[in-house]
Design a protein around this ligand. Structure first.
Ligand code: PEP
Ligand code: MG
Length: 854
C-alpha cells in the first residue's frame, strides 16, 4: 500500500482485498455487531479462495488464539481486522493454519492464514469475512469502497484516511483524580473474541473516562477492540478494569456488566437473523450427532493415523469421609489396601515386557505404594482420627504440592504418577472393584486425561488411537503409548467430550486432528490408506535389519538415539546399526547426587553389550537449561539456555567430566564406545575437554583408538567447522538445538513450535557448511537431531554430505527404505535446490513434490 495525500487530515492509504470473492457491504452481514459497524467500517468478502493475504504492508498486532482472525497495523497506524467467517471462533482453530505471528512485519500479498473452506463452511454461520478498519481512539474514514461485485486478491477494496489527530489521553489531560480499579470475572463463553470486544470497546467509547483492561501483565485500551482481543482472556479469567475521568465509575459499570453477564453479547446473538446455512454450533455439553463431520484439533504426541470407534473413558472420583472409625481399624483398612495395590502392580509389571517403559513406570508406582514417608504420613493422620482414605489422600496431596513447589517441569510431571497411585489405593480402600472395560474393535480412547494405571489395565492390542482433552506430550501415558506405537493426540480441548461413544472417528496425529462422523467416503479412503501405510511399514520393517546403502552403493549408517538401556530391544528390532546418541542424562536425572564412576561404567558396559558389538556414541552429560540437575548447584542464571549447559557444565565441574570419561574408557571391548561432547561453541572448549580426556587416558593407561567427537548444535560451531574439524574426530549435528539457536526460538515454546523447523534453509546452509569443514579434515558428519528421523529430510542431509543418521528407533525402517531408492546424485540435486529456497515451508513443499509417496 502506498500512502498518498488525500482530502482528509492525513495520508490516504489503499487497502487491497485479502481474499478473492464477492465483496459485500457490512450492513448485509447476518451479524448485528459487524453490520452495525460496532467494530468499525469496511467491507466483507464471501471468499472463493482459501488463503487470507495481507491487504497492505504493516505489522501483525494480533493473531487470535483460534487463528480465525488477525489485525494488521498499517503504516499510518490504522488497525485492520480481518475475520474469516462469522462465529468461527467456536471452531477453536480447527481448519485454520496461521503463517504469521503477532509482531511480524508483512508485505502486501503475504500469506497470513490458510483455511479449509470446505470443512469450515458447514459448521459456522457464514464464511463472509469482514475486513474492517477498527474503531479506536483514533478514527479513520473509509471511502472509495468497491462492493456488490467480484474482487480479486490484491485489488483495491477501499481507502482510508485519519480524521484528526489522536485525542489527548485522560491520564494526562484530565484533572488528576484517582484511578478506579475493579476485578471482574469474564463470563462470555467464547472469551474476548471480536464481537464481544467490539461491544465493549463501543461501550467504552461512550464515556469520557479513559478505560483499560489488564490481564496477565498486559494492559489494553478498552476503547480498542483489537487490544482487548489481544489479551487472550477466556471465560473464567479475572481481568482488572481501570478508569480515569469524571464518569469512571459509570464506565466501569457498563464494561463490567458486559464482561460479567455477557448481556450485550447475548443480546447481539439473539438479534441475529437465523443462520442461512448450518445451524449454530451447539453448546459444549451436547454430543455431536451423525450426519455432520466435526473436526477437533490437538497436539500430536505419538505420530500415526487410526480409523476406529470412539470409546470415551471416564475417571470415577472416589469420595472419602474425613473421619473414620477406630484408628486401629482404619490403619488395617489402609494397609490392606496398600497390599492389594502392591499385588496388582506386581502382576501388571509381570505382564509388561521386561525393560519396557510400562514396566519402568509401574515400577515407579510400586515404589510409591511402598514409600515409608507417604505411609508414615498417612498413619499419623489415622492416629489423629482421620479415615484411611482421607489420610492417604492427604499424604499424596502434600507430596504433590512439594513436587509442584520445586518449579521443575520433570518433577511436576511426576504428580500424575502420584495421583494415579493415590487413586489406586483409594479404590482399594473403598472396596469397590475396578470395573472391567470391554473395548469395541479398533477403539479410539477419548479421555480428559489418562492415568498410567488406567492405560496399563487395558488390552493394548485393542487400542487403535488415543485422544486426550488435556495431557502433555511428555506425560507417562504418552511414553507408554509411544512404546506401543499407538497414535496419540493431546490437548484436544473440551470439545472432545462431545464425541459420543460408538462414533466413527479418524485420528490423524500427523495433521493433529480428530474427525468425528466423517463422511463414509472419507472414512473408506482413510481406512484404505491407513491399511496401505501399515502394509508398507511391515515391508519396510522386514528389510530394516540390513545395512543401509544408497542405490549407487554409498554406505549410510542409520543408528538409533537411546535414552537408556530399556530402548535397546526396540532399536535393534527396528534395524538400528548402533547408537548414534546415548543421552547420558538418564543416569543423572532424578537423583540427589551424581552417579559414581562405577555405576556409570557398569551401565555403559551393559548398553555396549546390549548393542552386541555395534558402535555406541555416548554423549557426555548435557545438563542445564531444560535439563536441570538440582545437585549441581548451578549459579542462578537469567537466561539458562545461554548459560552453563552442555560441555560448559563439564568444564565448570571437571570432576564430573573426568568421572564420565573414566567410566566410558573402562568399557570393553575398547573402541566400541565413542565419546561426544555436547554444545561445543568455541575451539577452547574442545581443547580443554580433550586435555582432560588425554589426562584420564594416561591415568588409565588407555592406548587404543577412541574417537572424541563433538555435537554441532550452535551456529558458531557450524561456522567454524573447518577449524573445529582439526581437533574433533567426528561431528554429529544436533539439529534441535541448532534450530533453536539459529532461529532464536525456544525449542520448548509451543507458540513457536510451527516455525521452529529444522528444515529452514538457514539450518540447511549451516549443515552444508559443517560438512564442507569436516571434509577438509576427512571427518565424518552425522545428524542426531529430530530431522534425521524424517525420511525426506534424511535424504537432503545425505545430499549435503552427511553419512551417519541417528534417529528415533521407530523411524529407522522408513528412513532406510527411502534412502535405498536414491543415489548420492539424487540426494545432492534436491539438497542443492533446498539450499536456495527462502523458507522451511518451501523446502517441505519441494520434498513433498519430489518424493510424494513417502
Ligand atoms: C539436538 O539438540 O538436536 C540433540 C540431539 O540434543 P538434545 O535434543 O538432547 O538437546
Ligand atoms: Mg541438543
Amino acid at each position: 500500500m502506498s500512502p498518498d495525500i488525500g482530502a482528509q487530515s492525513g495520508p490516504r492509504e489503499t487497502v487491497m482485498a485479502p481474499l478473492a470473492g464477492w465483496a459485500t457491504p457490512l450492513a448485509e452481514l447476518p451479524d448485528p455487531v459487524f453490520a452495525g459497524l460496532v467494530l468499525g467500517d469496511g467491507v466483507a468478502i464471501d471468499p472463493v479462495d482459501q488463503i487470507l493475504r495481507a491487504p497492505c504492508d504493516g505489522t501483525i498486532t494480533m493473531l487470535h488464539r483460534a487463528h480465525h482472525a488477525l489485525t494488521l497495523r498499517t503504516t499510518a497506524g490504522a488497525d485492520i481486522l480481518m475475520h474469516i467467517g462469522l462465529d468461527t471462533v467456536e471452531l477453536n482453530g480447527a481448519g485454520f493454519t496461521p503463517h504469521v505471528a503477532a509482531g511480524q512485519q508483512v508485505r502486501q500479498g503475504d500469506a497470513l492464514i490458510s483455511f479449509d473452506a470446505a470443512s469450515i463452511a458447514g459448521r459456522v454461520k457464514s464464511l463472509l469475512s469482514p475486513v474492517i478498519v477498527t474503531a479506536g481512539d483514533r478514527t479513520f474514514t473509509v471511502a472509495d469502497r468497491r462492493q456488490g461485485r467480484e474482487v480479486k486478491t490484491g485489488e483495491a477494496i477501499f481507502t482510508i484516511a485519519p480524521d484528526s489527530a489522536a485525542p489527548e489521553s485522560a491520564w494526562t489531560a484530565a484533572p488528576q483524580t484517582a484511578e478506579t480499579t475493579r476485578d471482574v470475572v469474564l463470563r462470555i463463553p467464547t472469551g474476548l473474541h471480536a464481537r464481544p470486544a467490539g461491544l465493549i470497546s463501543a461501550a467504552a467509547r461512550g464515556f469520557q473516562a479513559e478505560t483499560a483492561m489488564a490481564f496477565r501483565g498486559t494492559r489494553a485500551n478498552a476503547r480498542s477492540s483489537v487490544s482487548l482481543m489481544g489479551l487472550g482472556a477466556q471465560a473464567g479469567d479475572t481481568v482488572t478494569l481501570t478508569a480515569l475521568g469524571a464518569d469512571a465509575e459509570a464506565a466501569l459499570d457498563a464494561i463490567a456488566a458486559l464482561l460479567a453477564e455477557g448481556h450485550g453479547f447475548e443480546a447481539a446473538e439473539q438479534a441475529s437473523p437465523p443462520a442461512p446455512a448450518a445451524p449454530k454450533a451447539e453448546p459444549p455439553a451436547v454430543p455431536f450427532a451423525p450426519g455432520t463431520e466435526q473436526v477437533l484439533s490437538g497436539v500430536a504426541a505419538v505420530p500415526g493415523r487410526a480409523v476406529g470407534t470412539a470409546f470415551p473413558l471416564h475417571t470415577e472420583r472416589v469420595d472419602v469421609a474425613e473421619y473414620g472409625g477406630e484408628p486401629a481399624a482404619e490403619h488395617d483398612t489402609l494397609h490392606r489396601a496398600l497390599a492389594a495395590a502392591q499385588a496388582a502392580l506386581q502382576a501388571e509389571i509381570g505382564r509388561a515386557p521386561a525393560g519396557s517403559p510400562q514396566a519402568e513406570i509401574l515400577g515407579a508406582h510400586l515404589a510409591f505404594v511402598e514409600d515409608p514417608d507417604l505411609i508414615g504420613a498417612a498413619d499419623a493422620a489415622i492416629a489423629a482420627g482421620k479415615s484411611a482414605g482421607f489420610a492417604w489422600s492427604g499424604a499424596i496431596d502434600r507430596q504433590i504440592d512439594i513436587l509442584r513447589g520445586l518449579g521443575i517441569d520433570r518433577m511436576a510431571e511426576r504428580t500424575d504418577d502420584l495421583r494415579d497411585v493415590g487413586r489406586r489405593v483409594l479404590q482399594a480402600v473403598s472396596g469397590k472393584a475396578q470395573e472391567a472395560v470391554v473395548l469395541p474393535p479398533r477403539a479410539v480412547l477419548l479421555a480428559d486425561d489418562l492415568l498410567p494405571s488406567q492405560f496399563a489395565a487395558l488390552p493394548a492390542d485393542g487400542i487403535a488411537g488415543i485422544a486426550l482433552a488435556r495431557g502433555g506430550r511428555t506425560s507417562h501415558v504418552v511414553i507408554m503409548a509411544a512404546s506401543l506405537g499407538i497414535p496419540t493426540l493431546v490437548a484436544v480441548g473440551p470439545g472432545l467430550a462431545r464425541v459420543p461413544e460408538g462414533a466413527p472417528v479418524i485420528l490423524d496425529a500427523e495433521a493433529g486432528t480428530l474427525r468425528a462422523f466423517p463422511e463414509a467416503e472419507t472414512l473408506a479412503r482413510t481406512e484404505a490408506s491407513v491399511t496401505a501405510a501399515r502394509e508398507r511399514a511391515a515391508t519396510q520393517l522386514r528389510a530394516a535389519a540390513a545395512d543401509c546403502r544408497l542405490a549407487d552403493g554409498a554406505r549410510i549408517e542409520v543408528a538409533a538415539n537411546l535414552g537408556g538401556e530399556a530402548d535397546i530391544p526396540e532399536a535393534l528390532a527396528r534395524g538400528a546399526e548402533g547408537c548414534g546418541l546415548l543421552r547420558s542424562e538418564f543416569l543423572f536425572l532424578d537423583r540427589v547426587t551424581a552417579p559414581s564412576e562405577d555405576v556409570q561404567s557398569a551401565t555403559y558396559q551393559r548398553i555396549a553389550e546390549g548393542l552386541q558389538g555395534r558402535p555406541l556414541i555416548i554423549r557426555t552429560l548435557d545438563a542445564g537449561a531444560d535439563k536441570p540437575l538440582p545437585y549441581l548447584d548451578l549459579p542462578p542464571e537469567e537466561n539458562p539456555a545461554l548459560g552453563l549447559r552442555g560441555v560448559r557444565v563439564g568444564l565448570w565441574r571437571p570432576d564430573l567430566l573426568r568421572a564420565q570419561f573414566r567410566a566410558i574408557l573402562r568399557v570393553q571391548p575398547a573402541g566400541q564406545c565413542r565419546i561426544m561432547l555436547p554444545m561445543i561453541a568455541l575451539l577452547e572448549e574442545i581443547r580443554a575437554a580433550r586435555a582432560l580426556f588425554d589426562e584420564v587416558r594416561a591415568e588409565l593407561g588407555h592406548t587404543g583408538p577412541v574417537q572424541l567427537g563433538i555435537m554441532v548444535e550452535v551456529p558458531s560451531a557450524a561456522l567454524m567447522a573447518a577449524t573445529l574439524a582439526a581437533e574433533a574426530d567426528f561431528f554429529s549435528i544436533g539439529s534441535n538445538d541448532l534450530t533453536q539457536y539459529t532461529l532464536a526460538m525456544d525449542r520448548g515454546n509451543p507458540l513457536l513450535a510451527r516455525q521452529m523447523d529444522g528444515l529452514h534453509p538457514a539450518i540447511l546452509r549451516l549443515i552444508a557448511m559443517t560438512c564442507d569443514g569436516a571434509r577438509r579434515h576427512k571427518r565424518w558428519v552425522g545428524v542426531c537431531g529430530g530431522i534425521a528421523s524424517l525420511p525426506r529430510a534424511a535424504a537432503v542431509l545425505v545430499g549435503l554430505g552427511v553419512t551417519e543418521l541417528s534417529a528415533t528407533a521407530s523411524a529407522i525402517p522408513a528412513v532406510k527404505a527411502l534412502l535405498r531408492t536414491l543415489s548420492t546424485q539424487d540426494c545432492a540435486r534436491v539438497a542443492r535446490r533446498a539450499l536456495e529456497l527462502d523458507s522451511a515451508e518451501a523446502v517441505h513443499h519441494l520434498l513433498a513434490q519430489t518424493w510424494p509417496d513417502v
